[in-house]
Design a protein around this ligand. Sequence first.
Ligand SMILES: O=P(O)(O)OC[C@H]1O[C@H](O)[C@H](O)[C@@H](O)[C@@H]1O
Length: 431
Amino acid sequence: MHVDIGNALASVASPGVSRESLERLDDQVADAHERIERGMANADHGYESLNLPQRTDPDEIRAAVEPVADAEALLTVGIGGSSLGAATIANALDSDTETVFLDNVDPEWVTAHLDRLPLENTAINVVSRSGTTAETLANFLIVREAFESAGVDWTERTIVTTGESGPLRDLATRHDLPSLKVPDGVPGRFSALSAVGLVAAAVCGHDLEALLEGAAAEAETLTGSLFECPAYAYGATTYALDQRGAGTNAVMPYAESLETSAEWFAQLWAESLGKDDLGQTPARALGVTDQHSQLQLYRAGPRDKLVTFVTPREGPDRPIPETDVEDLAYLGDATLGELLDAEFEATEASLAAARRPNVRVEIERVDEYELGGLLYGMEAACVLAGELYGVNTFEQPAVEWAKKATRGLLGGGEFEEAEAVAEKTELRVER
Ligand SMILES: O=P(O)(O)OC[C@H]1O[C@H](O)[C@H](O)[C@@H](O)[C@@H]1O
């Protein structure tokens, strides 16, 4: 990926970061890079994620999906890091295989998918690092039952990706299901380039080697200076802007196919950096759609935001038909791609003209190689930002509270968190 931080400089934007401040910050980047390199070399928890391009074995993943390679549809049952990386890749690239990601427990929505899919030609990809996540296991039990009711042997059509032990691992062993392991030391939100993200890509026939090669090429750029490494330029600039008041980072891809990448980014940024009263709030936007919705706020609201544009340099195009309506004649000379590019450049310039910080992240095109680079680059940016904030990037203790409360409410054990639910303060205003 390529990163242009020009519109985040103090000479352009407020809040903004001066070149001198970035040069000073670069000393901290060098120190952080040393820690990151050491963590990678020692395969330390979390840092090990940045070794995935070398560690992931595409042959092993392809062998595991072989029994379902002809599936018409793939139903991935997983949530958070066990869904968003796979969904980002699957939703970005074309495939004849339909992909559905069951990452919610809304009964109406789950039922609608199960009623609609051709279950006899559908494969199940169940993913949970811990093997204990209530939403994933509940959905999996429901999916199994739906397959049984339709007379389809789910054990013939299921691939499991989970940790070394746990309820899901036991289940895979009991039914002799093809299974893959979530690599040790890799938190869910950093696992897109392991089996967690790549099983769906393999079933869809995507080029796993190219995904990993693109990531490996991005890994090659990790050096001790933000001026030489796009990922570190992004991580350091976002950190510096947050320190100067840009507490929100609105990620706005200019490609429909990259919309899910903003969801993936949101988990990465929020769960990794949001701790110890620190962190930057990720927001999700889509170009051009949100030019006609959120842009007003980004250009004229509180000066507490950074906009990150993510844009492919090239892509498929389509001409706009000519018309004899005089006012619309200019459109007939253009293509939809040119319109998209012009809107992107206009939006970027409009923010700069209003002195609003924004960063441009470019990839060459939306393909496996470039996506691998983007995923890896953003992960490396996040790890660097975590070092600069001084937080523990690879844990998410705050998420546990609600998990325990939920479990307690459903009778899954004694949890004091569940009692707190009943103590909610109320001030009702009823109809
Ligand atoms: O992969 P799993 O163990 O099922 O976890 C799925 C997700 O749930 C948790 O609540 C964590 O906050 C996420 O980081 C994780 O990605």
